[in-house]
Ligand binder design. Sequence first.
Ligand code: BES
Ligand code: MN
Ligand code: ZN
Length: 520
Amino acid sequence: MAPPDIALADSALGEVTGAEIVALPVLPGDGALLLGPGAEALAEELGVDLFTVLDIHRATGKPGEVTEHVVLDAANLRNTSLVKLLLVGVGDAGPAALRRAGAALARRGKGHVTAATSVPAVADDDGLAAFIEGIVLGSFGFHRRSTPPPTLPLEQVVLTDLVDTGVRRNVVERAMAVAGAAWLARTLALVPSNEKNPAWLAERAVELGESAGLTCRVWDEAALAADGFGGILGVGQGSQTPPRLVRLDYNPAKIRRKTGRRVPHIVLVGKGITFDTGGYSLKPADAMANMKRDMTGAGVVLAVMGALAAVGCRVKVTGLLPCAENAVSGQALRPGDVITHYGGRTTEVTNTDAEGRLVLADGLAYAAKELRPSALVDIATLTGAMKVALGMRTGGYFANDEALAGQLRAAGEQSGEALWRMPLVSDYDERLTSKVADADNAAGSPGAITAALFLQHFAAGVPWAHLDVASVGDSPVDAFEWTSGATGFGARVLLAWLGSDDPLAGVGTSGALEKTPEKG
Ligand code: BES
Ligand code: MN
Ligand code: ZN
């Protein structure tokens, strides 16, 4: 399945032919509803009073509300293909509202090939981008059936009534890249684990790296052993399909040449557990059912790396994907085993189901030691506790740097992927104490916080943020731009941040170094 094609037209909605679906924006207005451009001409051609239609259906114009008018005979219309006129509520016409409107159009358009809409006429650039993201992500689907599903999403959406198609083409391209990254992250998460093992994920990364012009390096199990990645190796040692670490580098070469200054560097680390059985600390069947998606963090980092150029990212970005399958076998980690991470810190594995932090720790330690980045961000479906705390619509994050925290919160609001900051309560750090190692990997409750504190030791004072997306990796229902199942949550927020003018503004000035606990 592929995202729908988005075409731009400077013509009016009424001039479009060949579209089975035509969609008009409905604005709540002052007292009375307002309809967007093209309404009058269409109403006249159809011989219907569209305001009466809205009235009968008690339309309010709220974002994503759709009033449907079926066209029984289009033979005498200019657009002889017309089947349905959709009157789509756009609320305040801001990005959040238009994202919902776009997704609603995609849903109602299913089963048809082409739609045309004048909604862009009421949108500014951010609104247009959000509308497109809604259309693309609301169309998302994935299957491995032998025959196509009964209703397919729209193949093409024509955006009409655009004043300056030249300028807005850039907005469309950027929005398509962002939505495409989220689409890819969802797809990767849904690939079943009999296809998707660590080597498979590494191959996808190499492929994407090549097509996006990124440099790429893959550590196989021998290279991981030679370099001391004990966390990744330990988690992966029980599986028939051995672990991998992938490094992708994005370099905004043009900018460096222009300014002659050292380009700041950001490292992203994504949890790449291609299946999480829990290991010997085995998960019950219900909890294991969706664990093919436990590589969502790595999938998101991969997708983000591929879209950095399209969003005009001006900083150097390295993506690290520690990939392993957490399996059960005679070779698997046992509770009580002690592993040595990259750089030498040790962990007692009291619970083999707390595996994500073990692979992330290696990634963070490598980044901090070898790359000394200006900021370090990891993303992971890390704890069930985060799901309990925040439900399934909001991602949780931790940060040791105020400016970085603010940047991520703002990017969350802007992108439609809401993030809520959680506290790094340092008093709980003592719960990580182990009798035999530097830390215990399962320090108990509060589970999301003790997991974050475990990771913080490996960030070694670098401004760092940890996104725990266990709460939002899955959507239980189809809602707005979310389709039930994998969400790819994180791709849009990270691209909003990395594509902003100055993603590192103020970062590193709020004393992250002082606040980080001593390395044990
Ligand atoms: N992959 C899970 C976390 C998870 C739970 C993701 C639900 C998505 C939905 C993670 O590896 C895990 O098992 N975490 C344990 C940690 C515990 C053993 C300390 C958890 O949260 O229960
Ligand atoms: Mn687990
Ligand atoms: Zn896991």
